[in-house]
Design a protein around this ligand. Sequence first.
Ligand SMILES: NC(=O)c1ccc[n+]([C@@H]2O[C@H](COP(=O)([O-])OP(=O)(O)OC[C@H]3O[C@@H](n4cnc5c(N)ncnc54)[C@H](OP(=O)(O)O)[C@@H]3O)[C@@H](O)[C@H]2O)c1
Length: 246
Amino acid sequence: MENKHLYIVTGSTKGLGKALVEELLKWEGATVVGMGRSVSSIEHPNYLHIQVDFSELTQVKSMMNQIFLEGDYQSVCLINNAGWIGEIAHLGNLSAISLEKIMNINVVVPALLMNEFVSRFKDKDQVKRVVVNISSGAAVKSIDGWLGYCGSKAALNRMTEVAQQEAVLEKTGIKYFAVAPGVVDTDMQQEIRNSRATDFSSVDHFVQLKNDNLLLSPQDVAGKILSLIEFPERYLEVIQDVRTMG
Ligand SMILES: NC(=O)c1ccc[n+]([C@@H]2O[C@H](COP(=O)([O-])OP(=O)(O)OC[C@H]3O[C@@H](n4cnc5c(N)ncnc54)[C@H](OP(=O)(O)O)[C@@H]3O)[C@@H](O)[C@H]2O)c1
């Protein structure tokens, strides 16, 4: 099979990222590059897994040629999906290392990858190019105990808007989205439910959502997110929310 489309998905070892990769691998002509600290359970001839820790920026910077696999593609897509909820605690109890780590994973690495994407593909007018940043409702809502998470996802939203503004000014034709996936049944939600009410006053709400079976499945959410890639022209706004997407 000729590999005509390159999809780069960070945080592909589990949760939403894994569901995105599994769906993309069903698409005709897809080559998928996935990333995470763990080994991947996905075995597919068109899947390349890169083990990398996004809290170590030097590691990420040294891997750009592996991540952006050379090829004569008709479309290239970057999905910045890897994310960390961070240390769930109120101010006064946060460690410097966790603050540095969450900003590297949720903000700096997505920015580095977008920068590399633009430098490599901005002049490739004939190639369909889409960047999807997986954000959160926490980008636009203040939630106690999630200082790093809310701040980092707000930064991701704004970076995505700036990227789109630059694409318009420079007429690169690159399309950008930041999408909130809703409350998805993944390990991140487990981590949230395991926190203490003194660190995070909404913990009971998230426990209740799970008990009431109200979490979205990673597969359903992946399907919606991939429509941004398949039909970017249908979505006018940079900031999207899976729960309100058509
Ligand atoms: N689940 C939700 O309800 C929800 C809601 C709103 C937004 N989101 C966002 O959706 C995205 C996916 O979340 P999820 O729920 O699927 O989370 P998850 O199940 O915890 O998966 C997170 C992914 O990110 C990778 N990752 C975490 N830290 C990393 C690091 N230091 N270096 C490299 N990769 C790292 C993990 O891989 P390794 O562990 O192998 O490193 C894993 O593949 C995130 O951006 C999250 O903020 C999720």
